[in-house]
Design a protein around this ligand. Structure first.
Ligand code: PMP
Length: 442
């Protein structure tokens, strides 16, 4: 693996060597680090990525999730170019594609009566808890241990990010997450205990969950659990917020809520809704709650409003890209195709794990595939143990090293993963490509 990088990635090495002088750590995306040095990518097309030295890779990072159609699909790109020719990327004023995208999302996701586009998933999560507090007049927000809801002060708590240590909000004063609590993943008893306790001290405004499981299914959860959370929210008068930044338009065109048959009050969107382009974030939900996000100085409404916005929020570029991405997903049935590819890939990985008697585990929910290595078994299989136990923390830093090596080893075989532990599939894959990928894994 070391040999591969030294021999085949000389231009990347040289550029990263210079970049570390001006960019902290040399790269700017948390998932771009790679052992022994990060690579520089210059081209992306369909299922493939190409580095600056001209090496070709299978792309299972998928830009972190948004490119369900594969990278840089011409059907979306051509519409973005038309828009740029017409009005440039943004005007700061209303554009027809803001409406068209909102309508399309509302048409697909049953609980979305209204939608507001924001700049990122992080911002949309911030907006969601603000709305929940205004609507319920309660304070606490309960999230699942390990779940990632962006890096805002109030939610950068109890996070597990692939390839990194547990991030416990360094640089955030503790009072910022005074009203943020977590419950053990998959543990409805723990959730109810906290909801009950909170009743005595201001109440729970919202339960915010990643429906497929914390950090997008690393600790997978099912329909029964989601139904259980929904019932508890109704019982205690908390809003149910689904963070579907990863799952919406990836696990199904109706989101994880359609997949599980659960009705959240609010849904956070990101990634796919801007078609792989920047500015991917939005909040959708019932009219009664979304009214707290009404913009416009002239609206004349009497109720309080949550302050949300952003110079680049809902810019025409993000909206047109998102709209045509969803059109294309509808037209080509790409979500289903990517999910089937995910099933084939995961079955192949399972067979390799059995063949080589590896202490790994592979599983998937549609096109979201996990390949957890030995250090992660603890999380993937038995997450009932609280992550605060020092032994577990130790395992985590060992795991980080291990994953860096696994991710780098896969990359040396021409396979780009998300930090060595997750593989997103896209509709750009063919069965023949997956056969080749499995030979390389073998
Ligand atoms: N929620 C989840 C479940 C996510 O996976 C992410 C990003 N990976 C976010 C929120 C934050 O979204 P963004 O990166 O657009 O701020």
């Amino acid at each position: 693996e070391q040999e591969y990088y030294e021999k085949k990635c000389a231009k990347s090495k040289a550029m990263i060597g210079e970049a570390v002088d001006v960019i902290p750590g040399g790269v700017q995306h948390n998932l771009a680090f790679n052992h022994p040095f990060p690579l520089v990518f210059t081209k992306a097309e369909g299922a493939y990525l190409y580095d600056i030295d001209g090496n070709q890779y299978y792309d299972f990072l998928q830009a972190g999730g948004p490119t369900v159609l594969g990278s840089n699909p011409p059907a979306v790109r051509s519409k973005v170019i038309d828009l740029l020719n017409d009005c440039g990327p943004s005007t700061g004023l209303f554009h027809e594609y803001e409406y068209k995208l909102a309508k399309k999302i509302a048409d697909h996701v049953e609980t979305v009566e209204m939608f507001r586009m924001l700049g990122s998933g992080t911002e949309a999560c911030m907006a969601a808890i603000r709305v929940a507090r205004l609507a319920t007049k309660k304070k606490y927000v309960l999230k699942m241990g390990g779940a990632y809801h962006g890096w805002s002060d109030q939610l950068a708590y109890g996070i597990r990010i692939p390839g990194s240590k547990w991030t416990q909000a360094h640089g955030v004063p503790r009072h910022m997450f005074k009203y943020t609590q977590e419950f053990f993943p998959g543990d409805l008893i723990d959730l109810e205990r906290k909801l009950r306790f909170n009743q005595l001290r201001g109440g729970t405004a919202a339960v915010l969950i990643e429906p497929v499981g914390p950090e997008s299914g690393t600790r997978p959860l099912d329909k029964e659990f989601n139904k259980g959370v929904e019932a508890l929210c109704r019982k205690y008068g908390a809003l149910l917020i689904f963070d579907e930044v990863v799952t919406a338009f990836r696990i199904g065109m109706a989101g994880a809520q359609g997949y599980f048959g659960v009705s959240p009050d609010l849904t956070v969107f990101g990634k796919v809704i801007a078609g792989g382009y920047p500015g991917a974030g939005g909040l959708g939900g019932k009219r009664a709650y979304m009214k707290y996000l009404s913009a416009g100085l002239q609206s004349g409404e009497k109720h309080k409003k949550a302050l949300v916005g952003g110079t680049m929020a809902a810019n025409p570029l993000s909206c047109v890209a998102g709209y045509y991405m969803l059109e294309e997903l509808d037209r080509t049935n790409a979500v289903q195709r990517a999910g089937k590819i995910g099933d084939v890939l995961t079955a192949g990985l399972k067979a390799l794990i059995a063949k080589h008697k590896l202490p790994f585990v592979a599983f998937n929910q549609g096109s979201i595939c996990h390949l957890e290595t030995v250090g992660t078994l603890h999380y993937a299989i038995d997450w009932s143990k609280p992550w605060r136990i020092p032994g577990v923390l130790k395992a985590t830093s060992e795991r980080k090293k291990e994953m860096e090596h696994m991710g780098a080893a896969y990359m040396a075989e021409g396979i780009v993963t998300l930090a060595g532990s997750r593989l997103y599939t896209s509709a750009a894959y063919t069965d023949e490509m997956i056969d080749d990928v499995l030979v390389r894994f073998d």
